[in-house]
Design a protein around this ligand. Structure first.
Ligand SMILES: *Cc1c(COP(=O)(O)O)cnc(C)c1O
Length: 312
């Protein structure tokens, strides 16, 4: 396979260990991969992607990056944090959707002094066009990072994560990750095919996009980049979106409380709570055997959790 260079931004390998209390509660061996502890801001899956994307930006001579997401985007906040560390300028053009007040990740964006512009649109294409317009107005070249850092290059970060897990020497029957823009799922499914061929990957969808098309497409593009001769697997996708993207769900909030109470680990309402609720759901349906090792990928997101009102 072809090798791609990346910039070192996170603390890898991240911790990997068994969760005894949850294992007892769910009747199978539940493990966790702590990508929330990867060392930048509040951690999270975007750092592995940004190691590739920002390396490419710098190699190609860009000194300005822009990205997007909703108001509480973990990806946007982490892109700013990583770009600033690398001495690159960063502008966030966010959808005026979700919690736009100076709460959660918006506090961190404010502390970094990164320029945040909101656009009242439901279309990311409008936002990418605005990035081009703005860069032209500034007379500069812009490296545009797509929503969630989910392109083929970004998803190589999760192929690496699967290699990291393989190198741990632990065996996993199942792996569960969140799927919000698709790059993590693509990296996990394709990466498992390459590095963990005996591990089944389930992706908990936290958004209503057509991931049955998006994830295989990203996997094909990533395999092409790597010049990897590998059959593209059909992803196992479970709909855990609930009332809508970034809107807390009852199952998700129960899963967050269970993880906090039993293991002292913080999940979030938008992604990891719903993703973990998918694992809980399957465990309760008897999908996992008592002797199975089931690995949950903790993709971060604590910043967004603290933007939420918890009235109930
Ligand atoms: C972005 C994000 C995800 C989803 O990853 P995608 O690659 O966008 O599908 C999961 N968890 C957290 C905390 C995230 O910020």
């Amino acid at each position: 396979m072809k090798h791609f260079d990346k910039v070192n931004l996170g603390l890898f390998p991240t911790p990997l260990y068994r969760l005894p209390n949850l294992s007892r509660e769910l009747g199978t061996n539940v493990w966790i991969k702590r990508d929330d502890l990867c060392g930048v801001a509040l951690g999270g899956n975007k750092v592995r992607k940004l190691e590739y994307l920002l390396h490419e930006a710098r190699e190609q001579g860009y000194d300005l990056v822009m990205t997007t997401g909703q108001a509480q985007s973990n990806h946007a906040m982490l892109t700013a944090a990583c770009a600033l560390r690398m001495g690159l300028d960063c502008i966030l053009i966010l959808k005026e959707r979700g919690i736009t007040a100076r709460k959660g990740n918006q506090i961190l964006n404010h502390l970094m002094g990164v320029e945040v512009r909101f656009m009242d649109t439901d279309s990311y294409d409008d936002i990418y066009a605005e990035m081009d317009r703005l860069a032209e107005e500034m007379g500069r070249k812009v490296y545009k990072i797509p929503c969630g850092g989910s392109n083929a290059l970004g998803s190589l970060g999760y192929i690496d994560c699967m290699e990291e897990i393989a190198r741990s020497g632990e065996h996993f029957d199942h792996l569960v990750c969140a799927c919000g823009s698709g790059g993590t799922a693509a990296g996990c499914v394709l990466g498992a095919k390459i590095h963990l061929p005996d591990t089944h990957v389930m992706c908990s969808m936290v958004d209503n996009d057509p991931f049955d098309v998006i994830v295989p497409q990203l996997m094909r593009e990533a395999a092409e980049l790597l010049e990897a001769d590998v059959e593209i697997p059909i992803p196992d996708l479970l709909d855990m979106c609930g009332p809508g993207y970034s809107i807390p769900s009852e199952e998700g909030n129960e899963a967050i409380a269970m993880m906090m109470r039993l293991e002292g680990i913080v999940l979030d309402t938008c992604y990891t709570g719903k993703a973990f609720a998918g694992l809980v759901k399957r465990a309760r349906e008897g999908y996992y055997k008592p002797e199975d090792n089931v690995l949950f990928i903790h993709t971060g997101g604590a910043g967004g959790l603290f933007a939420q009102d918890w009235e109930k």
